[in-house]
Write a protein that binds this ligand. Structure first.
Ligand SMILES: [Fe+2]
Length: 204
C-alpha cells in the first residue's frame, strides 16, 4: 500500500509480484462469484474490498474477450456488467492511447490488468492550484491498483512494439462524470466518458 496524493485519501498499488504472492495465500474467486458479490451491494463498495476481490479474482482474457472492443481514435470503455452499486468495464487501449488526467469523484475504482502493461501517473495539486505529477509506475498483467474520490491520475498505454492494453475496471458507484485536469490551467473540467454496451449480461 502506498500513500495517496491527498492526505485525506489513500490509494492501493500492488505490483505483479505482490499480487502473485497474495494469490498463493488467498482463495481465488471465480468471475461468477466476483460479480455475485458486487451484485449484493446496494451502496458504494469500499475501495479496499474492491482491490482485495480483484487480487483474488480468477480471470483470463478469454472470459471477457467478447467485450474487448477497441477504437482507433481513443481508448474505449466497454460495459461488462452493471449492478445497483457498480459498473464493471473492460477498457481497451491501442498503443499510445491515454485517459484524460482525471479524478474519481464519489466513486471507488479498482483496476486489474488483463493484458499488457499499464502506466499510471499520479498527480497532486500544487500551492498555486496547478497539478503536478508525483510518480509514474507500470502495472503488469494481473496487477491491481485503486483510486477514489479526489485521487487524480492518468492511465496510458506506453508499451513498445504497438502492443495493446486491456484492463478491468470496477467503479462503485458508477463513475458517470469525472473531473478532468490540465497541466497548464487550474480549471477543473467535467467529462462524461462514454460507455459502450456490447455484451451487457451476456455469457457471464
Ligand atoms: Fe481513473
Amino acid at each position: 500500500m502506498t500513500t495517496g496524493c491527498r492526505d485525506s485519501h489513500w490509494r492501493v498499488l500492488i505490483d505483479m509480484e505482490k499480487t502473485a504472492h497474495i494469490s498463493k495465500t488467498a482463495a481465488r474467486v471465480s468471475l461468477d462469484d466476483f460479480l455475485a458479490e458486487l451484485d449484493s451491494y446496494t451502496e458504494r463498495v469500499p475501495l479496499d474490498r474492491l482491490t482485495a476481490l480483484l487480487r483474488r479474482l480468477d480471470i483470463s482474457l478469454d472470459d471477457v474477450i467478447d467485450c474487448a472492443r477497441f477504437n482507433d481514435e481513443r481508448y474505449q470503455r466497454n460495459l461488462l456488467r452493471s449492478g445497483s452499486a457498480y459498473h464493471a468495464l473492460i477498457l481497451c487501449w491501442r498503443n499510445g492511447q491515454r485517459s484524460p488526467i482525471h479524478d474519481h469523484r464519489g466513486s471507488s475504482c479498482g483496476v486489474r490488468v488483463l493484458k499488457g502493461v499499464m502506466t499510471e501517473t499520479l498527480f497532486d495539486v500544487s500551492a498555486n492550484g496547478l497539478i503536478f505529477a508525483t510518480s509514474s509506475s507500470e502495472l503488469k498483467e494481473d496487477g491491481v491498483c485503486g483510486s477514489q474520490d479526489s485521487d487524480i491520475h492518468q492511465v496510458s498505454n506506453l508499451q513498445s512494439d504497438e502492443r495493446d492494453l486491456i484492463t478491468l475496471h470496477i467503479y462503485s458507484p458508477p463513475l458517470h462524470v469525472m473531473g478532468t485536469y490540465s497541466l497548464i490551467s487550474g480549471n477543473v473540467g467535467e467529462f462524461a466518458d462514454p460507455v459502450f454496451e456490447f455484451c451487457h449480461g451476456d455469457g457471464i
